[in-house]
Write a protein that binds this ligand. Structure first.
Ligand SMILES: Nc1nc2c(ncn2[C@@H]2O[C@H](COP(=O)(O)OP(=O)(O)OP(=O)(O)O)[C@@H](O)[C@H]2O)c(=O)[nH]1
Ligand SMILES: [Mg+2]
Length: 332
């Protein structure tokens, strides 16, 4: 399963700095707006303690963690929906993503200008809110104009339009409208860059976010480069990933053979047959059943044979749900 997360935020909020923090790659970062001019996707491996502990037992030559895909996108500014800044182009990058992480600036630095003239995260959040709302409304208006008549689709589109107008910006969406890729119906997560503020984390007006987090990107970068302070203060990036994974409704499961120990992501509640497909398309076609064991049980038994003797291995069929921290062996 591939999950792409679009980074949305005003210029200079730190989107590219966040990518650098996650990937260690040399991305373009600058103290002026629109440093990033086109979108770019980055695979970010997510290494967890669970995967490490499984590997410490399997000792395979290779270890492959699951990845999340982050898409760095140019900054958006007020009136982007009317083409200001990089406008609509930026919005279309976000439409292609599965979910959005909004990055909002809460750090002060004289040499990094703010397009609005001051640091005010809540104001910035509502600028973005307005932009995505206007952009989606424009799509609906255009569609209604194209169709003219009151077909069933028009009728339902009108309903969405009215919901949007009434301020319900994240209405449940019918399948027939999925093709429009509305931004308001995606899952949005808020990431505050800089000082953590309860005013933002607890603010009820921001309940449309599925998760809210704080990280000081500059500080975390500093920690990465300095072993000593890292040991003293510890990084918050891992905690951020744990929370994000949970809020995205993701679970991790594992496979291993003689050469590779591998972690995978699946959605909570996903059927075995669907997750097996991502391991190998042949696996799904020839699937008979899978043997499965919980990681903690396996760590105790220390080998598949021993686990079997202890009766810790379950047989699962194609319709069974994959569970968090399960190790599976597919039988074909
Ligand atoms: N002090 C401080 N500076 C930061 C932090 N995060 C980013 N910066 C600085 O802010 C400036 C803008 O950062 P970028 O990562 O380029 O911002 P961006 O959101 O990608 O900007 P655009 O590509 O223009 O949309 C750079 O000079 C960064 O060094 C932070 O947490 N603290
Ligand atoms: Mg950038």
């Amino acid at each position: 399963m591939k999950l792409s997360l679009g980074l949305c935020g005003l210029p200079n909020s730190g989107k590219s700095t966040f990518i650098k923090l996650l990937t260690q790659l040399e991305v373009a970062i600058g103290p002026y707006p629109f440093t990033t001019l086109r979108s770019q996707e980055y695979a970010v491996p997510v290494i967890t303690d669970e995967l490490k502990s499984l590997h410490s037992l399997t000792q395979t030559q290779k270890i492959i963690p699951p990845s999340l895909f982050f898409v760095d996108v140019p900054g958006l500014i007020r009136n982007a929906h009317q083409g200001e800044g990089l406008g609509n182009e930026f919005l279309s990058y976000l439409r292609g993503c599965d979910a959005i992480i909004e990055i909002v600036r809460n750090f002060r630095r004289e040499d990094v200008p703010h397009v609005e003239g001051s640091v005010d995260p809540i104001r910035d959040i509502f600028i973005i809110e307005d932009e995505i709302f206007f952009a989606d409304r424009k799509i609906i208006e255009r569609q209604l104009k194209l169709n003219r008549g009151m077909t069933k689709i028009d009728h339902n589109l009108k309903k969405i339009f009215d919901l949007l107008e009434a301020g319900k910006r994240f209405p449940h969406i019918e399948n027939e409208f999925k093709k429009f890729n509305f931004l308001v119906t995606k899952d949005w997560f808020l990431l505050i860059n800089g000082d953590c503020s309860d005013d933002i984390l607890e603010n009820e007006k921001l309940n449309f976010f599925k998760g809210r987090y704080c990280l000081d990107f500059e500080w975390e970068l500093e920690l990465k480069n300095n072993q000593e302070i890292n040991e003293e203060f510890g990084s918050r990036v891992e905690t951020f990933f744990q929370k994000l994974k949970k809020d995205l409704n993701l679970i991790q499961f594992f496979t291993f053979n003689d050469e590779i120990t591998q972690g995978w992501f699946a959605f909570r509640g996903q059927k075995l047959i669907n997750v097996v497909e991502q391991i190998h398309s042949d696996f799904a076609k020839k699937f008979k059943m899978a043997e499965a064991i919980d990681l903690a049980d396996f760590l105790r038994a220390r080998s598949w044979e021993e686990a079997r003797k202890l009766g810790l291995i379950k047989n699962k069929g194609r319709e069974a749900e994959i569970e968090e921290n399960e190790i599976i062996f597919v039988k074909i």
